[in-house]
Design a protein around this ligand. Sequence first.
Ligand code: SAM
Length: 368
Amino acid sequence: MISRSGMFRVTEGLAVDMSDRVFHLPSFRDVLEGEIFLQNLPSIVAARALDPQKGERILDMCAAPGGKTTAIAILMKDEGEIVAVDRSHNKVQGIHKLAAEMGLSCITPYKLDALKAVCVRNESEDLSDPSCAKDNHGGHIQDSNFMKSEVEKIESITFERLNAENDFKKAVSNEKANESSYISKADIRKEMRRKRNGPGRNQCLGGKVEKSKGFAPSSFDRVLLDAPCSALGLRPRLFIGEETIESLRKHAIYQRRMFDQAVQLVRPGGVIVYSTCTINPGENEALVRYALDTYKFLSLAPQHPRIGGPGLVGRFEFPDGYTEEWLRPGEEELVQRFDPSSPLDTIGFFIAKFVVGSNETDLQNLSS
Ligand SMILES: C[S@@+](CC[C@H](N)C(=O)[O-])C[C@H]1O[C@@H](n2cnc3c(N)ncnc32)[C@H](O)[C@@H]1O
């Protein structure tokens, strides 16, 4: 299969012309604005698995468009603080707008690269202040330059792109109906960029976007890391041609670096929920293996509600010798894997919940 944009680039492949809708669902745009926000079932399960409590301080590390952030705020009855960060300026504005529409005041959105979410400070600074006084560039992430270049590539294949392509597909078929005019590759790229990043700085109605300089270690009760991923669980997804084994591994590296930040930000005794909308075990079960093997003070926690199926146990050896280690027996029932082909009929999704042991020494070593 080839993507819409691929049709303009490649010389062979299979393109599918959608002549009818799969679901005759009317658009919910502008319907009951502020009253409802459509979400996939696993997204709601992820917010509930976090089990946020009134009065807590919660970090949503990759928050836009804000679906889970607002679900968490509602579960907390809007009491406490949810710090909702995303690295896109326009998307952060969108979170502001959504929170305002829904009348939720416990959400504080920030523009921040989640790979630099832990701030590094001088000893002279006030350690009781949970937000950082100093910029944290050059902080804990050793390979930030590498990550920076990878971000561009990875971002281009996340789920927003898929949405952009789907929307653009509609636009193009409308154009076609009007006796098609030529649409250049540049137009396609521009439209996809616009869809991915929002309508543009001057056209957004959200509040003023604050930049964060990162947060103090152990300053959150709970952290949700709903990581950017290969989005192989989204449906309908007829083509996966733009993902390669290499790109899937890069997603996994990116997610681990984000998880490294999450671990430092949650307090001893706190909770981290990690979720993705992909079925790729390299970004799911292998992340759990990495987390448990790297941070001995973490353990998997049971989740409520439990609607998804068990995770994958074992390991997988690729032809190039690279081996992915997945779950060990006994761990599979502690995660939730939503299989899009199961009778549940959800998107593909994965949720793991970790509790952070109270080994102060380990945590101090981490943040030093
Ligand atoms: C899976 S989506 C999050 C969906 C969101 N949690 C929700 O439920 O509405 C991933 C988000 O991560 C953001 N993102 C990607 N890389 C990031 C980074 N380094 N720092 C912060 N946000 C990032 C993207 O802009 C995107 O909005």
